[in-house]
Ligand binder design. Structure first.
Ligand code: PLP
Length: 388
C-alpha cells in the first residue's frame, strides 16, 4: 500500500458541520425517532410535468447523445435571454452574455480559478453558501468575510472593509434573496455594491438562486436590472429552486462577457457541458406558465405561515421571510446554535440547521427549511410546543 496523503488544500478544509448533522439524524432514525427534517435546502415538490415530458422526448433524439457544446446550446441560451427580458427587462446577447452551467454551484465553484491568484482576496458574505469560501481556498485566494448581521438587515457593511483589503480584492460574492438569512437587498444596496466594484476593480458575482421563491407577490430584484451591472459582474442563476430541478444539474451565468469568457475557459478545460436533453427540457422549463409557479409559491407561503405563526404562538419569536424557503431565527438564550439543534432533535425529532454551519456570524441562529408539507410542519410546531 502506498502512502496516500491529501493535498493541503483539502486538509485545510473547515470541518463539514453538515456531515455531523446527518450523522445525528441517522442515529435518531435508528433509535426509531420519526424525524421531521427541516434542514434540507432541496425542494420536496416534484419537477412540473411538462418539463419531465419534454425530457422524455429529448432523450430519444440521437443527436443529444453526443458531447454537448461547451458554452451550451444556443437555443438554451436564447431561452435564458428571453426569460431575463420578460422577468427583469434586462437585454442579453445570448451568444456572449449567457453561459450555461452544470448547476450554479459548478459556476460558483469554478469562477475563482479564472480570476484569483494566490494571495488575492475574495469578499465573501458570512453566514453564507459554503461554496464561496471553499472555492476561494481551492484557488489559493484568501476569503475576507463580510458579516451579515440583523442590525444591518443582513446586508454587508462595505464601509467596514479596510481600504487595504479592497485594494487586494479580486472578486466579491453576494446572494439575495439570501441563503440562509432569507433577507432581500434593495436597489440602493446593489447600486452601492456596483460603485464599490467599479472603484476597486472587483468582479461582482451575484448569486440569484432564489429570485423566484418570493411571497406576497413582491418580486425580488436582479442585479442586472441595475445600471452599470454588466460592467462589473455577472449573476449566477439556477433552475434548481425555481422549477424544483435540483437533481437535473443545470443553471447559467449572465452578464459581463469578459467575466463569462474567463469562466468559460476554465469550464472548457474541465467539463464537457450539460446533457443536451436536459438543456432542451430546460427550454420548456423557462417558458413555464406563471400560474404554475405562483402555485408553488403559494405552497411555500402556506408552509411559511404555518411555521412562523405556530412558533410565534408558542413564544418563539420569528419574522416571516419575504423570499426563499428558509426561516432564519434566533435560538433561545442558553443555547448555541449547535446545542439547540441537537436539543431539538433529541426532544422532538425536529431537525434544523445550526446557523454557525454557514459561518461564525451565524452563531445564535437556526435555519428551518420549508421543504416538508404543511401537515408535517404543523406536527413539528406541536412537538416543539410540548417540550417548551
Ligand atoms: C441551492 C443554491 C445554489 C445552487 O444550486 P444549483 O443546484 O447548483 O444550481 C446556489 N446558491 C445558493 C445560495 C443556493 O442555496
Amino acid at each position: 500500500m502506498i502512502k496516500i496523503e491529501l493535498a493541503d488544500r483539502v486538509k485545510n478544509l473547515p470541518p463539514y458541520l453538515f456531515a455531523t448533522i446527518d450523522k445525528m439524524k441517522q442515529e435518531a432514525i435508528s433509535r426509531g425517532v420519526d424525524v421531521i427534517d427541516l434542514s434540507i435546502g432541496d425542494p420536496d415538490i416534484p419537477t412540473p410535468k411538462h418539463i419531465v415530458e419534454a425530457m422524455k422526448k429529448a432523450v430519444e433524439k440521437a443527436e443529444h447523445h453526443r458531447y454537448p457544446s461547451y458554452e451550451g446550446m444556443l437555443s438554451y441560451r436564447e431561452a435564458v435571454a428571453g426569460w431575463y427580458k420578460r422577468r427583469f427587462s434586462a437585454t442579453l446577447d445570448p451568444k456572449t452574455e449567457v453561459l450555461s452551467l452544470i448547476g450554479s454551484k459548478e459556476g460558483i465553484g469554478h469562477i475563482p480559478f479564472a480570476f484569483v491568484n494566490p494571495g488575492d482576496v475574495v469578499l465573501v458574505p458570512s453566514p453564507g453558501y459554503p461554496v464561496y469560501p471553499v472555492a476561494t481556498l481551492f484557488a489559493g485566494g484568501e476569503s475576507y468575510l463580510m458579516p451579515l448581521i440583523e442590525d444591518n438587515a443582513f446586508l454587508p457593511d462595505f464601509k467596514a472593509i479596510p481600504e487595504s483589503v479592497l485594494k487586494r480584492a479580486k472578486l466579491m460574492f453576494l446572494n439575495y434573496p439570501n441563503n440562509p438569512t432569507a433577507a432581500l437587498a434593495p436597489k440602493e444596496f446593489y447600486m452601492e455594491a456596483i460603485e464599490l466594484a467599479a472603484k476597486y476593480d472587483i468582479i461582482l458575482c451575484h448569486d440569484a438562486a432564489y429570485s423566484e421563491v418570493y411571497y406576497d407577490g413582491k418580486k425580488p430584484l436582479s442585479f442586472l436590472e441595475m445600471e452599470g451591472a454588466c460592467e462589473v459582474g455577472i449573476e449566477f442563476h439556477s433552475l434548481s429552486k425555481t422549477y424544483n430541478m435540483t437533481g437535473w444539474r443545470i443553471g447559467f451565468a449572465v452578464g459581463n462577457k469578459d467575466v463569462l469568457a474567463g469562466l468559460g475557459k476554465i469550464k472548457s478545460n474541465l467539463d464537457s457541458g450539460i446533457f443536451q436533453a436536459v438543456q432542451e427540457a430546460s427550454i420548456a422549463a423557462l417558458s413555464t406558465e406563471d400560474s404554475l409557479l405562483s402555485g408553488i409559491r403559494d405552497t411555500y407561503q402556506e408552509r411559511r405561515d404555518v411555521l412562523c405563526n405556530g412558533l410565534n404562538e408558542i413564544g418563539i419569536s420569528v419574522k416571516k421571510p419575504k423570499a426563499t424557503f428558509y426561516v432564519w431565527t434566533k435560538v433561545p438564550t442558553g443555547y448555541t446554535s449547535a446545542t439547540f439543534v441537537s436539543h431539538l432533535l433529541e426532544k422532538t425529532g425536529v431537525l434544523g440547521t445550526p446557523g454557525v454551519g454557514f459561518g461564525a456570524p451565524g452563531e445564535g441562529y437556526i435555519r428551518f427549511a420549508l421543504t416538508q408539507n404543511a401537515e408535517r410542519i404543523r406536527e413539528a410546531v406541536g412537538r416543539i410546543k410540548k417540550v417548551l
